[in-house]
Each structure stands twice: as structure tokens, then as C-alpha cells.
Design a binder for this molecule. Structure first.
Ligand code: SAM
Length: 195
């Protein structure tokens, strides 16, 4: 997964690193096999045991994969900074305590690599999740998305994400998109920075 998408992952991690500090609180809204959860954890976990990753996925199997990846790669102390929830990301505000200072909400849309391709993110709940993320994000924070356009429903989902980003106030948000012009079906990256 990381191999095939190496350059894009490199770019995403560079952007995340640009906004994140040790001790930050972040949300992985689509844990999948846990690679993004792991990358975020490494960026926010600090010696004193602060930093937190709220990990969400609608599939229990995805959270099991995430948990196994963490068991194999981080210390028990680091793993305790990750809280996993088997729910739809549109309900993220139910599991993250009110007034939590969230610095990053990351979405990697689509289906679980190696899993059931029928369980896939959909525009309606992605939009609700973006609305929830927008309310929780602190100034200086980021909503980051990887949107896959190569499968049915993917380009409609990109339309929804782009429409959401386009409506955000220019005084409070900087929204941009990264698209590979010579690979039209490559995933599209969308970044919404809160000023
Ligand atoms: N970031 C992951 C990684 O590093 O392995 C890959 C994520 S995968 C492309 C997309 C994930 O979104 C799948 O695991 C799927 O179960 C999950 N998903 C689909 N619909 C969802 C929803 N409404 N709420 C939360 N997760 C959802």
C-alpha cells in the first residue's frame, strides 16, 4: 500500500509534519490497516505520554488490523495514546470529548485495501464527517483527504469534498488540491488549513 502510493504518502507526511507538534491531538477518520494511524502517532507521541490519536473505522476488522500493526511497531506506552472506535466518522464528535483541541483530521477515503470493497466511504457521510471535523479543528489545524477517483462513486465523492472546501470562508481557511495531471485516475489530495 505504501509502496504503490509512495510519492503521495511522502507528500502527505510532509504536510502533516508541517502542522503537527509533539503532544498534539489528531483524528484518523479512516484507520483501515493502520498505516496512517501509525504515522500520526509517531508525529504526536512524546516522552511524557502526551499526544493522542483518535482512530475511527466503520469496520471492526480494520481496527483489528490497526491494533495489530501498532502491537508490532510501537511500545505499549505509545499504543495507549491511540483510542480506536468502530463507528462511522460522521459521529466523530460523539467519541472525541467536547472542546478537545484537534490539530489534524485525516481521511483516506474508499475501501479497505485487501478487504471488502463493498464497504466504502460515501459522499453523504463523508460530508457529515467534514462538517464535524470543521467544528472540532483548532486554529493552525488541518483537514487532510485522499480521495480515490478510480472506482464507482469516487468522482462524486471528490465533487462533494471540493464543494465543501470551496464554501469555506477565505478569511479562515486555505484550501488546496493536489492532482497528478499525467495520471487522471490517481488519488486526489485535498488539504484544508484553518488559519
Ligand atoms: N488510512 C488507511 C491505512 O493507512 O491503511 C486506509 C484507509 S482505507 C482506504 C478506507 C477505510 O475507510 C476502510 O478501512 C473503510 O472501512 C473505512 N470506512 C468506510 N466508510 C467509513 C465510514 N463511514 N466511517 C469510517 N470509516 C469508514
Amino acid at each position: 500500500y505504501w509502496g504503490r502510493r509512495k510519492q503521495q504518502k511522502w507528500l502527505i507526511c510532509r504536510v502533516w509534519r508541517h502542522v503537527l507538534h509533539k503532544g498534539d491531538i489528531v483524528i484518523d477518520a479512516t484507520c483501515g490497516n493502520g498505516y496512517d494511524t501509525l504515522a500520526m502517532l509517531k508525529m504526536v507521541a512524546d516522552e511524557s505520554g502526551s499526544g493522542r490519536v483518535y482512530g475511527i473505522d466503520i469496520q471492526i476488522d480494520a481496527l483489528k488490523n490497526t491494533s495489530s500493526l501498532l502491537d508490532a511497531t510501537v511500545t505499549q506506552k505509545e499504543k495507549e495514546l491511540v483510542k480506536l472506535f468502530p463507528i462511522c466518522h460522521s459521529r466523530m464528535d460523539e467519541v472525541v470529548p467536547e472542546n478537545t483541541a484537534v490539530r489534524l483530521v485525516a481521511f483516506n477515503l474508499g475501501y479497505l485495501p485487501g478487504g471488502d470493497k463493498g464497504i466504502i466511504t460515501i459522499s453523504k457521510t463523508t460530508l457529515l464527517a467534514l462538517e464535524a471535523a470543521k467544528k472540532m479543528l483548532i486554529s493552525g489545524g488541518l483537514i487532510s483527504l485522499v480521495v480515490y477517483v478510480g472506482h464507482p462513486g469516487g468522482s462524486e465523492e471528490l465533487d462533494t469534498v471540493e464543494a465543501f472546501a470551496s464554501r469555506l470562508s477565505v478569511d479562515s481557511w486555505i484550501c488546496c488540491e493536489f492532482q497528478m495531471l499525467n495520471r487522471p485516475l490517481a488519488p486526489v489530495l485535498v488539504f484544508m488549513f484553518k488559519r
